[in-house]
Design a protein. Structure first.
Ligand SMILES: [Zn+2]
Ligand SMILES: [Zn+2]
Ligand SMILES: [Zn+2]
Ligand SMILES: [Zn+2]
Lengths: 163, 163
DNA sequence: CTGCGGATGTTATAATGTTACAAATTCTGC
DNA sequence: GCAGAATTTGTAACATTATAACATCCGCAG
C-alpha cells in the first residue's frame, strides 16, 4: 500500500477513489458484510473529493443521478460505512469523509482547512498516547476520540490569512 | 483560585456556579463586554450541572421561568459566552458546557461519560503540544482544536459496562 | 430631544437527523 | 427450487438543531 497523496496537493485523485473502493470491497468481504450498490455508491460519492461532505449533499448527488432516495437511505449507508471503518463523521462540520486508513484500527485526527475545505486524516501515536494517558490519569475509560483541528493548510497560507 | 471539583464526585456545586459567575463578571468587565441579564442567566443555566446542555434545553428552562424566549435569544447568548471563553460547545453532542478554565487561554479536552453524561474539562500540555507538533509536521496552521473523549467516568465503571 | 449602535423580540425557515412501518431482496435450511 | 427468516430498501412523517430577516427597545453621545 503506497503512501497517501496529500489532499491539498494536486494528485491523481482517481487513484484515491479506486484504492478506497478496493479496500472497502476487501474489508467487507473479509467481514461478511454486504457492500450493496447503494452503500458502494455512497462511499464513492464521499470520496469524490477530500472535502467532508454533508449527508444532504450525498442525498442531492444520489437524487441528481436518478436514484430515488430519502434521508434514511443516506444515513443508513453512512452508518454502515462508519461501522466498518470506511468513513468518519466530522462532528464539527456535520459531515462525512472517507477513511484514509481503513482496516488499520486507528484513531483518526483530522486537519481541516477552513479555506479550501480539504481534510487530511492523520494517525499519530504520540498524540493518541498522550490522550489515553491524560484520560487514564483521571481514571476515565476511553471509548471514542473526536479530534478535529481547524486551521489553514499549507496551500492556503499566505493567500487569505483571514476569512 | 482553588482546584476544581470533579464533576462526577459529590461536591458543593453551588460553589462551582458562583465561582463561574464571579469569573464571568470579572472577565466581561475587564473586556468591556456587557454581561446582560439574559446572558448571565443563560450562563447560570448552563452551569446548573456538569452535563453539557442543549440550546433547546436552555430555551425550555428560560421559558419555564416565564422568560419569553425564542431560539435566537439562546443562540445569541451562547455565541457571546463562547466568544468570551465562558462556555464551550461540545460538537459531538450539539451541546454546551461551562468553561472550567475561563480566562486562562487554554485548549479544552473533554472527558464525557456516556453513562452519567457528566463532562470534565482538562488541559494537558503534553496533549496539546503533541497535537500542535503533529499539525506542524504537516505545515498546517492550527486555529482551533476539538478534542472530545467519550467513555466511562470512574463512578460509572463496573455498574453498566454496556449501554 | 435626537440619532446611533448594541441588544433583544418575533416570525419564519433552513439544515440536520430519526422513527415507524411497508415492501423488496437476499440468505438459509430443506 | 421453495418456504420462512433475516437483512436491506422505500416512503412518509416527524424531531432536533440552527439561522435569516426585520422590527423594536434601550442606553448613551451630541
Ligand atoms: Zn485524492
Ligand atoms: Zn480513518
Ligand atoms: Zn460542580
Ligand atoms: Zn474551557
Amino acid at each position: 500500500m503506497s503512501a497517501r497523496a496529500l489532499p491539498y496537493r494536486p494528485h491523481n485523485h482517481d487513484d484515491c477513489v479506486s484504492q478506497a473502493l478496493a479496500e472497502a470491497r476487501a474489508i467487507c468481504q473479509e467481514q461478511h458484510a454486504r457492500l450493496t450498490p447503494t452503500r458502494e455508491r455512497v462511499l464513492e460519492l464521499i470520496w469524490e473529493s477530500h472535502k467532508p461532505l454533508g449527508a444532504y449533499d450525498v442525498l442531492a448527488k444520489l437524487a441528481s443521478e436518478g436514484h430515488s432516495a430519502a434521508p434514511p437511505t443516506v444515513y443508513r449507508a453512512l452508518d454502515f460505512l462508519q461501522q466498518y471503518g470506511l468513513v468518519h463523521r466530522i462532528a464539527s462540520l456535520n459531515a462525512f469523509i472517507g477513511c484514509a486508513h481503513a482496516g488499520e484500527h486507528h484513531t483518526g485526527m483530522f486537519l481541516i482547512c477552513r479555506s479550501c475545505g480539504n481534510a487530511l486524516e492523520l494517525t499519530d501515536t504520540t498524540v493518541s498516547k498522550a490522550i489515553h494517558e491524560a484520560a487514564g490519569a483521571e481514571a476515565f475509560v476511553t471509548e471514542a476520540i473526536t479530534l478535529e483541528i481547524a486551521g489553514l493548510c499549507p496551500s492556503c497560507q499566505g493567500e487569505q490569512p483571514n476569512g
